[in-house]
Write a protein of this length. Sequence first.
Length: 269
Amino acid sequence: MPEKDRKQEYDAAYQQAWAAFGAWQSHARADIRAYLGDVFSSKEKESMRKQKRDMLNIHLIRRIVKWIAGYQRDHRLGIEYEPSEGSDEQTASQLSFIVNWVMGHFGGYNLISDGFEHSLKTGMGLVNVYNDQNLDTRLDMFYYNQFLIDPNFTRIDLKDSNYGMIRKYISREQAKIILPKDKHPLIPKEDDRARTNEKFPNYKLPTLFGENLLAYDEFQQRKAIDKFIIMLRPINQEFEFIGKRSELDSTIRNLIAQTKIPPNLISVV
């Protein structure tokens, strides 16, 4: 897809998601302030300053949040693979060992608990699984003001979400690691106006040393791709055909010659 069309799709998705979640982010920001003890409005603060009164409030919500978050940390469960219908127990045991090593080595369980605690404060957080530049599996947690998703989603695992976008602030050196080499000449040309592009207004640049950072956005979409699946019904096997449409007939003829399966028992869907 041309880069211009991709940018237009990103802008359209952002506008749709922001129309749905923009007001929620404002409320979530107020919830964070309340959790931190900042419960007075600017007008109330100014009034108390003029009267030389101390701003004091009884802080109850933090104790409740910490109690629930602590209970989750104490009672969280690990990830374990179990063989189904007599399948290989050794393979399931190896997969369990691998995933728990990754979760332990990179702090995955603690990060999930951090995401849960953040959700107690704002209503929603996002935990993302990805492979880094070394192809190591990592987890990352995004705060309420760092992401926008398809407002039509209904599942907590986001399987029915058609798109999602996240924002990070990265250094120029990090940008060179993430971006392909043909995009490196563009990095030094970024100016102040291009860093935030007026998107994600609740996720501000860091006050200290933030002037050297660039806004890095990721945009992911769910797209339908046409594929051909060849089904060999007598032996109950199926596999994906990888190739051009013009090569499909010759592939089926080769399968008939190799497997001796009649053509009427081979289906293409």
